[in-house]
Design a protein around this ligand. Structure first.
Ligand code: ADP
Ligand code: MG
Ligand code: MG
Ligand code: MG
Length: 400
C-alpha cells in the first residue's frame, strides 16, 4: 500500500482479497463501514455466498467529534494492533485474532465478532452474564501479570515499554479523566440541573488532592501493559463467551486503571437502573447482580493473579515474605480510586455513557447522575484507606 489515506469501501474490498488464504479467487465481496467511534473507521467485508467475513479497523488522523482540529497520532493503530497480539497470545479465547496489518495505512485486519453484542448495549437491555466476571478477571490478571516485572526480565520489559509509548491517547485520559471534571473547562458537558454537583467537584480541595495522586500514578507508574480503555463498549459478549477489543489507549501504566475501568462501568450501569427498572424489587435485585459482578471481577482477578505469581514469577524478589499481599493491597486501592475517577468523568466530562444518557425520563436521569457521582466521590475519597473488597461493597450499598 502507498502512503496513508482513509480507505474507501472499494479499497477495503481490494485489500481483503490480498489476505492470504482467506477469501477464494474471484469471491464476491460486500463492504460496510460499521464504526461507531469518533477516532476510527471499521469496515466489515463479507463474502456474499458463504457469509464468511473479516473486519478492517483503520485509524483516522484526527478525532471525528471535533472535525479535523484534534490531531491524533496514527502510530496508535500500531500500538492497538501490537496490544491485540500480546493480549491474544496471553488470552486466545478472550481477544480477536489479528490476521494482517499495514502500519503505514494505520490498519488492522482481524476476526469478525459480529455474532457478539457490545456489552454496554446488552447491559442497557437488562441482560445478565454469569461468566463475565470469570472471563474478564482472567483477562486482566493474565495480561497484567505477564507484561509486568513480576514475569518479565527487566530489560525485555523496558524494551516492550518502548513499543507502547502512547502520548496522544494518554493525554486524552490525563485531561478528560483527571483534569477537566475538576475545573471550568469547555470540554465538560453536563445539564444545568446538576450544576451544584459540578461546582462541588470544582471546589472540593480534599478530592483534588486524591485526584492529583491518582493522576500522578497514571503518569508515572509503569507496572504493566494496560488495555487503557476497558469500558463495557470495548467488550463483545454472548452468554458463553467474552472478547476484549479496542486497546488503542494501551500503554505501560498502573494495573488498577484497567480493573477500575471495568468496575466503574458496571457501577455506572447500576446507577442507571434508576431510569430503566421501574419496579423497586426488580431494580434492587438487578442492581445486586451488577454490584456482585463488579466485586467478583476483583475477586477473580486477585485469585488468578496470586496463582500466576506463585507459579510463574521470575522476579528474584517475588517470594519475599508479604510482598504479594502488599502488592495486591496497592492494586486494590488504585482500583477503587481509578473506578471513582472514571465514574465522575462520565457524568460531567466530555464523553458520557449511553447507560445514563439515554434514560428517557429527566428526573430519573438526574437521580442516576447524582448517584454515580456519589459513588465515584466515595470511591476516590476512601481509596487510600481500603483494605478489602468488602469495603467497596459497603461504599456502594451506602450510596445506593
Ligand atoms: P473505536 O476505537 O473507534 O471505538 P472499536 O474498536 O471500539 O473502535 O470499534 C467500533 C465498533 O466497530 C464496535 O463497537 C463494533 O460495533 C465494531 N467492531 C469493531 N471491531 C469489531 C470486530 N472485531 N468484529 C465486529 N465488529 C467490530
Ligand atoms: Mg466505539
Ligand atoms: Mg471503541
Ligand atoms: Mg477506541
Amino acid at each position: 500500500m502507498s502512503a496513508y489515506h482513509p480507505l474507501s469501501n472499494e479499497e477495503a474490498i481490494i485489500l481483503a482479497k490480498t489476505i492470504p488464504g482467506f477469501f477464494p479467487e474471484g469471491a464476491e465481496l460486500d463492504c460496510r463501514e460499521i464504526g461507531d467511534g469518533n477516532l476510527n473507521l471499521v469496515f466489515q467485508i463479507t463474502e456474499s455466498e458463504t457469509g464468511k467475513s473479516i473486519i478492517i479497523k483503520q485509524a483516522l488522523p484526527y478525532a471525528k467529534v471535533v472535525g479535523e482540529s484534534w490531531p491524533l497520532s496514527l502510530d496508535r493503530a500500531r500500538i492497538e494492533r501490537e496490544a491485540l497480539q500480546v493480549q491474544h497470545r496471553l488470552c486466545p479465547d478472550l481477544v480477536p485474532e489479528v490476521y494482517s496489518y499495514d502500519d503505514e495505512m494505520a490498519l488492522t485486519v482481524m476476526e469478525d465478532l459480529s455474532d457478539y453484542t457490545i456489552m454496554r448495549h446488552a447491559l442497557i437491555a437488562g441482560k445478565v452474564f454469569p461468566h463475565f466476571a470469570d472471563h474478564i478477571g482472567t483477562f486482566i490478571a493474565r495480561t497484567l501479570f505477564f507484561t509486568s516485572d513480576l514475569a518479565m526480565d527487566p530489560r525485555a520489559k523496558k524494551e516492550q515499554m518502548g513499543r507502547f509509548i502512547n502520548p496522544d491517547l494518554c493525554k486524552i485520559t490525563e485531561d478528560l479523566i483527571f483534569d477537566d471534571p475538576y475545573r471550568l473547562s469547555d470540554n465538560n458537558n453536563y445539564p444545568a440541573a446538576i450544576e451544584d454537583e459540578a461546582e462541588a467537584l470544582r471546589t472540593d480541595k480534599a478530592l483534588h488532592l486524591e485526584v492529583a495522586l491518582l493522576r500522578e500514578k497514571f503518569l508515572t507508574r509503569t507496572e504493566a501493559l494496560l488495555h487503557g480503555d476497558l469500558h463495557t463498549g470495548s467488550i463483545f459478549i454472548t452468554e458463553e463467551s467474552t472478547k476484549v477489543i479496542d486497546p488503542e489507549f494501551a500503554y505501560y501504566g498502573p494495573m488498577g486503571f484497567d480493573i477500575g475501568a471495568v468496575i466503574a462501568n458496571l457501577l455506572l450501569n447500576l446507577a442507571a437502573q434508576i431510569g430503566w427498572k421501574q419496579d423497586e424489587a426488580d431494580r434492587r435485585s438487578h442492581q445486586s447482580w451488577l454490584l456482585q459482578t463488579s466485586l467478583d471481577v476483583w475477586t477473580r482477578f486477585e485469585a488468578e493473579f496470586r496463582k500466576l505469581w506463585d507459579e510463574h514469577a521470575v522476579d528474584p524478589l517475588a517470594h519475599t515474605p508479604r510482598y504479594q499481599d502488599v502488592y495486591i493491597h496497592k492494586v486494590l486501592q488504585d482500583t477503587a480510586g481509578f473506578a471513582g475517577a472514571k465514574m465522575i468523568r462520565r457524568i460531567v466530562g466530555l464523553s458520557h455513557v449511553a447507560d445514563i444518557d439515554t434514560i428517557p425520563d429527566d428526573t430519573n436521569r438526574e437521580r442516576a447522575q447524582r448517584l454515580a457521582l456519589t459513588i465515584g466521590k466515595a470511591l476516590i475519597m476512601n481509596c487510600r484507606k481500603i483494605h478489602s473488597i468488602a469495603e467497596i461493597d459497603d461504599i456502594v450499598r451506602t450510596a445506593a
